[in-house]
Write a protein that binds this ligand. Structure first.
Ligand SMILES: NC(=O)c1ccc[n+]([C@@H]2O[C@H](COP(=O)([O-])OP(=O)(O)OC[C@H]3O[C@@H](n4cnc5c(N)ncnc54)[C@H](O)[C@@H]3O)[C@@H](O)[C@H]2O)c1
Length: 252
């Protein structure tokens, strides 16, 4: 029960990994603010959790500065301290770079990199008053290495240049804020998952698995351990790190 009485905000909580993180934190005693831009997705996660573990559900778009500021004001006005932020909201585009237009490129950057920045900035405004906090950003292996085009073949799940660029930004921002938030008593780290199984097509799953030393995609619950380690006081001397959880894919 590492998170008893800890208050955690998870963005993108309505998605596959966000829901898994939420369940996993609640299992260890946490109380949660659940955030997502989709109220429909959010309500699916809320149904999975005991109601007394949810502090509030917040519908906002992480790429909209005013919406982010309003959501963090709500948290502040609740009178409860924010102990942990998991910056998990993110989007991808799966079309070839030849088809990308500038607006689509900037949209992905604004959600993945811009949203991470806005939530970190607002969280630090609250966390500095307590001289305590832990922020865990969700990056990706594709912020570290390029995707291998041979695994995507014609299965319409091409990883994109802009997803990679945005996740590289998340990983680098982690280091920047680890340095600049240290004096506020806040640690900032990142977890970069490899591909998580979510009923993608057989061809993609087979290609991806063959490319991975452990010969399979991740189960969604296998990302939680690294997130919880970095969120908890077990890692109280760890800041600025990126833990890659990928079955070994980036090791060769
Ligand atoms: N699933 C994977 O294989 C994988 C691998 C590496 C990294 N990641 C990263 O993990 C995170 C979660 O991924 P997932 O697979 O659970 O995705 P998902 O699509 O299942 O969930 C993402 C959630 O974020 C929400 N969201 C999207 N845009 C938003 C915005 N602008 N503001 C607020 N919420 C927004 C969506 O509504 C959705 O509920 C993402 O950052 C993703 O890039 C996922």
């Amino acid at each position: 029960m590492r998170f008893t009485d800890q208050r955690i905000l998870i963005t993108g909580a309505g998605g596959q990994l966000g829901a898994s993180f939420a369940r996993s934190f609640v299992d260890e005693g946490a109380k949660l603010w659940l955030a997502d831009s989709s109220s429909e997705n959010l309500s699916k996660t809320i149904k999975l959790l005991p109601s007394d573990c949810i502090l509030d559900s917040l519908v906002f778009d992480v790429s909209k500065p005013e919406e982010v500021a309003n959501a963090f004001s709500q948290i502040n006005e609740s009178g409860r301290a924010l102990d942990i932020l998991v910056n998990n909201a993110g989007i991808g585009v799966f079309t070839p770079f030849w088809e990308r237009d500038y607006n689509e490129f900037m949209h992905v950057m604004s959600v993945n990199a811009g949203g991470t920045f806005l939530c970190i900035r607002e969280a630090l405004r609250l966390m500095k008053d307590n001289s305590n906090g832990s922020i865990v950003n969700i990056g990706s292996i594709y912020g570290v290495v390029s995707s291998d085009p041979s695994i995507y073949t014609d299965c319409a799940r091409m990883n994109s240049e802009v997803y990679s660029a945005s996740k590289a930004a998340v990983i680098q921002m982690t280091k920047y804020f680890a340095v600049h938030a240290a004096e506020l008593g806040v640690r900032v780290n990142c977890v970069s998952p490899g591909g998580v199984f979510n009923n993608q097509g057989d061809e993609f799953v087979e290609n991806y698995s063959n490319r991975t030393p452990m010969h399979r995609m991740a189960d969604e619950n296998e990302i939680c351990g690294a997130v919880k380690f970095l969120a908890s006081s077990e890692s109280k001397y760890v800041s600025g790190q990126n833990i890659i959880v990928d079955g070994g894919l980036t090791s060769w």
